[in-house]
Design a protein around this ligand. Structure first.
Ligand code: CIZ
Ligand code: SF4
Length: 322
């Protein structure tokens, strides 16, 4: 509508004026992803967001996603200004893994190699030997396992169990979960699959094991998008944040995408397959981030000493992925 069009025009102009680029996650709302694409920014998973931001020449990155993504951008490019629509956009995995408690867990198991998921604070990353995103976690754990490492994993227990099962690696597990993916229900998904016998089921491994077991393809956001293009099915049931439908539908306009069921017919679901923190990245918030005189609610800072430590396991991942 008109008000949104006006927002988009103003944001486009502001991005140019401020030498800024918009980097958006697949789970943000469709209009945010479209705006990032239109303005020469990117829409990606957290690994690609980090890489894109680090390589882009703009002096300011506007990170539309959640806090840890902004912190990662700042850690990798301390010389850039990193703004977020709101610093209040957090993640239940990050919240559920406080640095002091996680550090104590690591200290209690000094013979373990510490591998943490990207969905963590810079302080948790600073205590890790490796950072991984879901698109590269399997390969990195496989590599570490083959070298005989015992692994301490955090924070997502479902992703950790999935990786342990796939690789056979011995993994000590922090017990975190994602409020979105944890809500997918295997029984209801099974019923939905029966009603749609031609549909392929795509599942993100932050989902419970019972849901992962029903999947035709399991993977990170970018891997699930690829599967939606490559599998021959005309219909897909998708168990991840519904923000991802924007890209899937854009790449395969002729296919049908159905949301996987969350808790009790929607009556008891907390998130309904859309991350409440990703949803905070509205057009209004993006404009505020670019115009606010006082950037307290928008600018990401990471303590330089912490960033120096967090950079090591982050770069290990980026080098491994390269
Ligand atoms: O669930 C998330 O926050 C994901 C999938 C992040 C990512 O790796 O892109
Ligand atoms: Fe965190 Fe889950 Fe939201 Fe991703 S979808 S940011 S893992 S709460």
């Amino acid at each position: 509508d008109e008000a949104k069009q006006a927002y988009r025009e103003r944001i486009k102009r502001l991005l140019k004026e401020k030498d800024a680029v918009l980097v958006a996650h697949y789970y943000t709302d469709p209009e945010i992803q479209a705006l990032a694409e239109e303005t020469g920014g990117c829409v990606a998973d957290s690994l690609e967001m980090a890489r894109f931001g680090a390589e882009h020449p703009a002096s300011t990155l506007v990170v539309a996603g959640v806090r840890f993504m902004g912190e990662t951008a700042k850690t990798l490019t301390p010389n850039k200004r990193v703004l977020m629509p709101t610093l209040a956009a957090t993640c239940s995995l990050d919240l559920g893994c406080p640095a002091d408690e996680f550090t104590a867990f690591c200290d209690a198991h000094p013979d373990h190699t510490v591998v943490v998921y990207a969905n963590t604070s810079a302080a948790v990353k600073a205590r890790a030997d490796w950072v991984v995103t879901s698109s590269i976690a399997l390969e990195i754990v496989e590599h570490l396992d083959s070298e005989g490492h015992k692994i301490l994993w955090g924070p997502d227990r479902h992703l950790g169990s999935y990786i342990a099962k796939q690789t056979g690696a011995e993994m000590l597990m922090w017990q975190g979960a994602c409020v979105v993916h944890d809500e997918f229900k295997a029984n209801a998904l099974f019923d939905l699959k029966r009603q749609n016998p031609n549909a392929a089921v795509l599942v993100h491994p932050e989902s419970p094991q019972s849901v992962v077991e029903i999947a035709d393809a399991v993977g990170s956001t970018s891997q699930l998008i690829k599967a939606s293009q490559e599998l021959p099915n005309d219909t897909f049931i998708v168990a991840t944040d519904k923000g991802i439908f924007y890209k899937m539908q854009q790449l395969s306009p002729e296919k049908t995408f159905i949301e996987a069921p969350t808790g009790g017919n929607g009556a008891t679901c907390r998130s309904c397959a859309h991350c409440p923190w990703m949803a905070m990245n509205g057009l209004d918030a993006i404009e505020r981030a670019l115009t606010a005189e006082d950037k307290t609610e928008h600018e990401v800072f990471v303590d330089p000493a912490l960033a120096e430590k967090a950079m090591i396991p982050l770069n290990r991942m980026l080098d491994f992925a390269a």
